[in-house]
Design a protein around this ligand. Structure first.
Ligand code: HEM
Length: 137
């Protein structure tokens, strides 16, 4: 492995862990606050999800293209959980924020967002555990 390849992997895993943990942690927090502050954090969360996906894709292509064994299966389970979480947040939270800005019923919309954040935080916790334990399976 060349020095540059190694440096790119180190940078990617650092950014990946940082972005993914921000995404998961802020989602869990927004579930607890009933969606209060989602307007500010949601765009940053989608940015973090994008960074986690791009860096995760790079890590996969650099480290896991040799075959699809138990390690990759557990990682793929984590990736699937993360994609479902992103879909839920994009659709439910993104949609609720748009309705909120258009003057929709705040209490109902916050409740919807809190539910979406609860579900997605659970999925992101599963993704985190899968990513961390995958190498030991
Ligand atoms: C969005 C799509 C994602 C992809 C494609 C992806 C892919 C990967 C890959 C390929 C690795 C490297 C595994 C290795 O060292 O061989 C990794 C590591 C890691 N991922 Fe992800 N991941 C994603 C999302 C997430 C999410 C949502 C979290 C946490 C909530 C997360 C947390 C981690 C952590 C903590 C590591 C480092 C594990 C370790 O080295 O012990 N990832 N990910």
């Amino acid at each position: 492995m060349s020095n540059l390849t190694q440096i790119l992997i180190i940078v990617a895993i650092g950014l990946h862990a940082l972005a993914a943990l921000f995404w998961a942690g802020s989602s869990a927090n927004l579930a607890r606050t009933g969606g209060m502050g989602a307007e500010i954090l949601f765009p940053r969360q989608m940015g973090a999800a994008l960074i986690a996906t791009l860096t995760g894709g790079h890590l996969w292509s650099a480290l896991h293209t040799g075959g699809f064994g138990p390690y990759e299966m557990v990682l793929a389970f984590g990736v699937l959980c993360a994609f479902i979480a992103a879909g839920i947040q994009g659709a439910v939270v993104g949609g609720s924020i748009r309705k909120l800005r258009a003057g929709g019923d705040e209490a109902g919309l916050r409740k919807r967002m809190a539910g979406a954040y609860r579900a997605s935080a659970g999925l992101l916790a599963l993704a985190l555990v899968a990513m961390v334990i995958a190498r030991f399976i």
